[in-house]
Design a protein around this ligand. Sequence first.
Ligand code: GLC
Length: 827
Amino acid sequence: MNYGYFDDAAREYVITNPRTPTKWINYIGTLQFGGYVDHTGGALICAQDPALNRITKYITQFPASAFNGETLYLRLKHPERNAVESKEARSSTPPLRGSAQSAYAVFSPFFVPTLDQYDRYECHVGLGYTRIISEFYGVRSQVTIFVPMGGQCEIRDIQITNISQGPIDIDAIPVVEYTHFDALKQLTNADWVPQTMQSKMTSDAGCTTLVQYAFMLRDMRVNYFTSNVPASSFETDRQKFLGDNGYGTWANPLALQQPELSNYEALRGDNIAALMHHLGTLQPDESRRLITQLGQAPSLDQARPSIEKYREAAEVDRALAEINQFWVEYVAKFQVQTPDVDFNRMINIHNARQCYITKQWSRYLSLYQLGYGARGIGFRDSSQDVLAVMTSVPHEAKDLIKKLLSVQKRNGSAMHQFNPLTMIASEGDSLEREDRPHYYSDDHLWGVLATCAYLKETGDFAFLDEVIAYYEKDKQEQPLESGTVLDHLQRAIEFTYGDLGAHNLPRLGFADWNDTINLATGAESLFTANLYGRALRELIELSKYRGDAAAAQKYGEYYAAMRTSVNQHAWDGEWYVGYFDHDGTPLGSKQNQYGQIQLNGQTWPVMSGFAADERAAQALESAHRLLNTRNGLKLSWPGFNGFDPAYGGVTTYPPGAKENGGIFLHTNPWAVIANVLIGNGDRAYEYYAQINPAAKNDRIDEYECEPYVYPQNILGDEHPQFGLARNSWLSGTASWMYQAGTQYILGIRATYRGLEIDPCIPKSWRGFKATRQFRGATYHIEVLNSEGVNRGVLLATIDGATQDSALVPDFADGREHQITVVLGAVA
Ligand code: GLC
């Protein structure tokens, strides 16, 4: 079964049935101001930090039918029920809700929270906006929800049309529920919080603005809710709005059975903002437009320009057009046409967008990552997210890399996460265990990958000389030491170089990429060994390119030493082990009862280059045999069956879930990449295609999550709900699938010396076309595969001139260039 369809021309996914198995969301705005809006109009909005400056109250644990954060009510006057039959569906139009005695029929055009039967329902999940178009009771409403570029307010552009045959008298009542700005306190304190919450009404130019603040912020920062149509009354107190001492419901708020709201300015309690707009009588086909704004500013005065601006419909249209323009330019940096339409729509639209969202929000705010401050921006996560936005927003990538390097410590290791508003960093969950190391062995190494990718994309080598402070500060909050970006990278390498265990492999720390394998102090991680190897290769390449032979030599020696340790100790016969425990016992070995084989253990030795040809092929074959399923590759197998403190987090899940033998999706693109690296284009593509969410659009009842973004995890085949996805949106899967698709399968990647084109595609593809912008120029690439090979560049022409490799130089001319690449069996 499906719940909607892809509209590629509009760059949208259109949900046509609001009863999706989980909420499906979209992101609007940025971390500066924004959040997510679900497909039934509920929204979680915050500014700069969802933990410390949250605006709307959205509780993900509420049932899908519940009001969450925001909604819109429309109401029609009884008893003119017979007048409102829809033209198209005259006989099927159900009777209006509400008892015969009630004065009004009230419904939400978003389906939630009134759950009326709709004639038509469409939620258009667009890039940077959500548009809900619905028809209920002869009323068509179209509501476009977005945050203007760089703006500090959420706009809801509401257009109501009478599609019935008679006149209708209609009111529109948009409602917002606020949270205390300290999101966690809202949940943990019901004494102080409600006494601080206040709302005031002001009016200007015939319009009403409701101002809301926590008392101590009154003179510093206010929220406001306003519209561009005169409101006849308002409500700011939830209990009064619901009515009957709060025993009224969001599905049927009793205040909406009165002609007017109570005009109450709440000086405590659960603050809402509701505005009553009498839109008047609409003749058949007549429309009205109402624009609401939910914003935040240091004061109402300072909000005035924005308030006035977005009361103008033309400005709202312009703001939306600007968002469209941003995204048109964003995705234009890389476009592809392959024979696989699901591949194309992910690379060209939805995966590209998801990469930008993960870059914005890290793992901080989603339906699953609740933004209460426990996480913030993750060093490891964001360093990987940033890898996939280099081409589209290199400046934003650079800014984020700078922030990340600013929480690196003097010894080269990194703080695990930081709060984006305060820039205070922490060691994350590693603090939970006194007896364990308080660092993660991989974090800092990702910074090397991120920085080198930025340099390859931009050629901005001056960045290496920029000075960034290390994290540690003195009593006056002044940094104890600073270093150049290059110094930060070198220290990252030196930290791991100096942190080896009994097998000369990197110590695990609290964990590596896999947060949940928490072995006793002294354990070693093969993942970190391979990530270190990959980071070393980056630095060797960079050093050579910069002509620093001594550094290239030194890192070459580090690399060779680690390659020896890995191959000497970690080969288990048919695959590589994943860890050595503090006492030398392997994990990810035939000797183990559980977790015998780990996917990262096989893909990363290929990605580091440590696995020589035969072992690489064998390790990947073992992974295929023991870990692959039709829904993706499992992270490990067999799953642990019961809690075991000796292993930690991984044993908290049942077998088949998350890191315990689940299909932890982030690791699947690594299998795509590893297979490309050994030239197995058919398998790489098989792994790519089998987890492509767009290809699951007709299997949603098994899968449940949004078909337009990657989730973090899918239950594995040891679990009875095999195939069920969770934790959509904020996952490293987005960045790595994008890289796997564009840089490895399509093989178009930035290098220091230019743009390299070395595809590794399925034999069945007879070629593809792509457009890639690189350092200001645009490259139109056509790859021809008439021989039906996986890989191998026979010849390439660049603007008509033939050459035998496809390394396109950096023309730095801002022009368009034509590249043709012919694949074939290379002798
Ligand atoms: C989550 C974390 C990520 C970690 C992964 C595996 O996705 O955000 O940092 O690598 O889990 O444990």
